[in-house]
Design a protein around this ligand. Structure first.
Ligand SMILES: Nc1ncnc2c1ncn2[C@@H]1O[C@H](COP(=O)(O)OP(=O)(O)OP(=O)(O)O)[C@@H](O)[C@H]1O
Length: 574
């Protein structure tokens, strides 16, 4: 009789089979899956195991191999007893009984002969370790004690060959490799011996007296800088290093070393970890490089710097009130390639998986892209597509209200004094600017207002604006709108109009396409660590649909977000 899970499966299969008859999409696939013989076999095994666990049977005899002796003790054995004796003494039954006894007595470990009583005081236990290399790296690094010259295992790479063997540990003293004594050898020579061994490697090691068992929980981090071990002369073993680029998600499995951590890249991380510089190590490396670059740049910058009323944070033309000056000037403001100060202070950003709960506010959706790529067009289309879900924040302005406008709908109309107060004392503007002597700006409060109303706030900002919006209550999800190739731009933007400072509405030129691609690449290179997703705006309709589905995922599926957006309290009024 079927029981438990199998019974449930059978009734599910019946229901799905009805769905197949009614031609419901996907039901055929589900039916095939649920009726698969392997699934039934797996469930049967599962049920047997569960039953075994419930019954928790105990052996009738702890030592069944003794049966043979018992039978042989019979004084005048009957024919049946003799037959039983013959059966029990066959080698196969003996082996079976011996296995039974091992299981019954839970005796699984090999029995080692006891150590001789009179061992000399200075005798050291030597371990012989044989690893089958199979074209894999050893997964361990070595170091030499500068005083004694002894060669030690420095670190064992998580998931690597040495780690999986469980036989080599940091601190083990290496005595021999493949029969060659390593005493007095340079580490490079030892590495040479290790690298040249094919098939198996035989180690003689003196295990470290106190084994440190590390049970560190993995920590997840987003790389905020690029790293290439092959260009790093300080890495103990470049082959064991792991390269990464900004934005990569890293599972840091070992932080026991102050200078070198071990990590895997996610998703689909490799089976073994690689060495990466610790945060402090990377910070000092980048500071060094940055100082050199800054010294060179400072002269150039001071020649070009122009003072403005507001410190430069930039703002997009999307307000539609400012006209483009020149791509080149804008590019300098947002895409100079020097590392940002936040990347220098935290080369890794700790992240955690966040799943928005249905009762929580929607995450803020930020669209980033080169000017003219279509960020505003996409944003407008999304809002038009679903005005009850998507909404943009209402900007502030100091210009007078026009006929047909309503305060709080097109703009929050404020005095210049109030605008300046908001800007200076509470620093609530994400973007701001001046056009025809009037000030305009988008405030955090305006974004908050949309979010609190249960809508999904969708905004487009200049890339530096991302930093101001990385707030715990907004949990922004950043989508980079990428420019397609100039060839595709040429085809798709035939009827598009560009808005510039000198012509309100004109067709895109060949120079615009090249600049668009160029700026797009520069923004991506500098800010990609902040992007949660990328959409190439080639075909408008496709890009819009893609955006919709990405936004859906951002709101409803688990996403990696900085841990301080998850736990810490907001700290922006510093
Ligand atoms: N995929 C596309 N195919 C064709 N035309 C497009 C596409 N995307 C945008 N456009 C058009 O390109 C022009 C510029 O787009 P948009 O105004 O959205 O630029 P933007 O990225 O918001 O730049 P800015 O904020 O600096 O104004 C508009 O005329 C828009 O309709």
């Amino acid at each position: 009789m079927l029981s438990g899970v199998s019974e449930v499966l059978s009734s599910v299969v019946e229901d799905v089979s009805e769905a197949v008859n009614r031609n419901i999409s996907g039901s055929q696939l589900l039916h095939e899956l649920l009726s698969a013989p392997w699934l039934r076999a797996l469930l049967k095994i599962y049920e047997c195991l569960m039953q075994f666990q419930r019954l928790s049977p105990s052996p009738l005899l702890p030592c069944a191999s003794g049966l043979l002796f018992e039978v042989s003790k019979a004084h005048r054995p009957s024919a049946e007893a003799r037959e039983l004796y013959n059966l029990l003494s066959s080698p196969h039954v003996q082996a079976l009984l011996s296995s039974h006894d091992s299981v019954a007595q839970s005796d699984y470990l090999p029995v080692l002969s006891p150590l001789p009583d009179e061992l000399p005081e200075d005798e050291e236990a030597m371990r012989i370790v044989c690893l089958v290399k199979n074209n894999q790296p050893l997964g361990a690094t070595i170091r030499r004690d500068e005083v004694t010259g002894d060669i030690y295992i420095a670190r064992v790479i998580h998931g690597g060959l040495a780690d999986r063997s469980g036989l080599l540990h940091p601190g083990d003293l290496i005595v021999e490799v493949n029969g060659n004594s390593v005493v007095g050898l340079e580490p490079e020579k030892v590495i040479q011996i290790l690298n040249s061994s094919i098939g198996t490697i035989l180690f003689k090691v003196i295990p470290r007296s106190t084994q440190v068992t590390s049970s560190q929980k993995p920590v997840y981090m987003r790389a905020m800088v690029d790293y290439c071990p092959l260009q790093d002369s300080s890495i103990p073993c470049p082959d064991a290093g792991m390269a990464f680029i900004r934005g990569d998600l890293l599972e840091v499995v070992d932080q026991s070393d102050a200078l070198w951590w071990q990590a895997r890249k996610l998703p689909c991380g490799a089976s073994f970890a690689g060495l990466i510089p610790s945060a402090s190590m990377l910070r000092s490396k980048h500071k060094e490089q940055w100082c050199i670059k800054t010294r060179l740049n400072v002269v150039i910058f001071s020649q070009k710097h122009e003072s403005t009323f507001f410190p430069s944070a930039g703002f997009r033309r999307s307000f539609r009130l400012w006209r483009r000056t020149s791509y080149r000037r804008r590019r300098q403001s947002c895409t100079s390639c020097s590392p940002s100060s936040s990347a220098l202070s935290s080369p890794y950003e700790e992240v955690a998986l966040y799943q928005r709960l249905p009762q929580e506010n929607h995450r803020l959706i930020i669209l980033i892209g080169a000017s003219g790529v279509g960020v505003n067009e996409l944003r407008k289309r999304l809002i038009k597509l679903n005005p009850s879900t998507f909404q943009g924040p209402v900007p502030h302005t100091t210009r007078p209200i026009k006929e047909g406008e309503q305060a709080g709908r097109e703009y929050h109309f404020v005095t210049k004094e109030l605008f300046e107060y908001m800007f200076c004392s509470i620093f609530r503007f994400v973007e701001y600017g001046e056009s025809k002597s009037h000030l305009y700006g988008t405030s955090i409060d305006a974004i908050d207002e949309v979010v609190k109303r249960g809508r999904m706030c969708i905004i487009d900002v200049e890339p530096p604006g991302i930093h101001l919006l990385r707030l715990r209550n907004l949990k922004p999800y950043v989508i980079f709108i990428k420019a397609p190739s100039p060839e595709t731009l040429r085809q798709t933007r035939r009827n598009a109009r560009i808005i510039t400072s000198y012509a309100v509405n004109r067709a895109f030129t060949e120079e615009d396409f090249l600049e668009l691609e160029d700026t797009s690449q520069l923004i991506e290179a500098k800010y990609k660590q902040y992007f949660d997703n990328v959409v190439v705006n080639d075909d408008l309709q496709d890009a819009c649909m893609q955006l919709c589905s990405i936004i859906q995922q951002a709101q409803n599926e688990p996403q990696w977000i900085p841990t301080d957006m998850n736990i810490n309290t907001e700290s922006r009024s510093k």
